[in-house]
Design a protein around this ligand. Structure first.
Ligand code: DCP
Ligand code: MG
Ligand code: MN
Length: 336
């Protein structure tokens, strides 16, 4: 997601979170320093969870993810109302342009820099140079304003019903879970992350011809329902595209991803795509401490030599926590 990750209603530290997210984005998009990007995001996430306004950097330092350098920036911002480092970054118009272009879905920092070096610096410039964009980037540009809008929970609930009802007509046995921030209980989301499986679709028969068409059939069904309105990409296991609540042309266009996951790998997939990313990182690190390796597909025990064994049999998310000796965490408690 490229939007603010600190969207709590009435966050008393919103302005501090905003400047940290601005810094994070410049580190990712311009300096290409993912380490600093993550550090700033972590600090912003910590501040956004506080019930009260931070009084000074020293107080903030006591919190997890806030060290001396960020504490100093907090003090500077609290006393001057701005941050010189950010002002300097913004003085360079190519920095501002790179940052803008990376907000287009499908344009990463490298592509943005390439475009800016060619003198393409605004959305208007981009529209005139669509020949320099791939299909994903063209879609990102076409729906730029809508994709920046957060999706209210109510609207995702509506879309969830449409997807479940439509798919149930072809087989009652489909299992559909909307993961991501929605499953973690957030009031608004950046996109819609759908996981799909069917008991007859397992990792052993991934390649069979019949299975290849499962996702295509589902996508075509949702196109007929006028829910899916554009496709970024469609493979045998992953659809990326655009949806809109049917018969509601005033509603914004939304980013929709659908992943078809083998039945025996479904709950590792659900865990991964529920996130958040920090929670996933911690979970994987914890698994390694217990000599397991965890990813979006499987949980496997590691031999003393460090080679993974057979995939553990997982029939629900609780199984994963239990095997790793962790107390179960509800999705709403995975917002780290
Ligand atoms: N994910 C991850 N690591 C990444 C990207 C994603 O672990 N680098 C996982 C955790 C995310 C989930 O996939 O929660 C879905 O990715 P999104 O980018 O859609 O993130 P969210 O749904 O959490 O937030 P948003 O509301 O911005 O879509
Ligand atoms: Mg999401
Ligand atoms: Mn997503």
């Amino acid at each position: 997601g490229k939007r603010k990750a600190t969207d709590n209603a009435g966050n008393p530290n919103q302005d501090l979170c905003d400047f940290l997210i601005d810094l994070a984005n410049y580190e990712r998009n311009v300096s290409k320093n993912i380490y600093k990007y993550n550090a700033y995001r972590k600090a912003a996430a910590t501040l956004s969870g506080l019930p009260e306004r931070v009084k000074n950097g020293q107080e903030a330092r006591k919190l997890s993810g806030i060290g001396e350098k960020i504490a100093k920036k907090i003090d500077e911002f609290l006393s001057t109302g701005k941050l010189q480092k950010l002002e300097d970054i913004k003085k360079d118009e190519s920095n501002v342009a790179i940052n803008l272009l990376t907000r287009v879905s499908g344009i990463g920092p490298a592509k943005a820099k390439e475009l800016v070096d060619k003198g393409i610096k605004t959305l208007e410039d981009l529209k005139k140079h669509q020949d320099k964009l791939n299909h994903h980037q063209k879609i990102g540009l076409k729906y730029f304003e809508d994709f920046e809008k957060r999706i209210p929970r109510k609207e995702i609930e509506k879309i969830e019903k449409i997807i479940k009802n439509s798919i149930a007509k072809s087989s009652e046995e489909y299992i559909v879970t909307i993961c991501g921030s929605y499953r973690r209980g957030k009031k608004e989301s950046g996109d819609i992350d759908v996981l799909l499986t069917h008991p007859t679709y397992t990792s052993k028969e991934k390649e069979s011809k019949k299975k290849m068409s499962v996702l295509k059939d589902v996508v075509e069904c949702l196109e007929r329902k006028k829910l899916i309105v554009d496709t970024i990409s469609l493979g045998s296991t992953k659809f990326m595209g655009v949806c809109q609540v049917p018969n509601n042309t005033e509603k914004p266009f939304r980013r929709l991803d659908i992943r078809l996951v083998p039945y025996d790998q479904y709950y590792c997939g659900v865990l991964y795509f529920t996130g958040n990313d920090l929670f996933n990182k911690n979970m994987r690190a914890h698994a390694l401490e217990k000599n397991y390796t965890l990813n979006e597909y499987t949980l496997k025990r590691l031999t003393p030599e460090g080679t993974p064994g057979e995939a553990e049999k997982i029939t629900c998310e609780e199984d994963i926590f239990q095997i790793l000796g962790l107390p179960y965490k509800e999705p709403k408690d995975r917002n780290l």
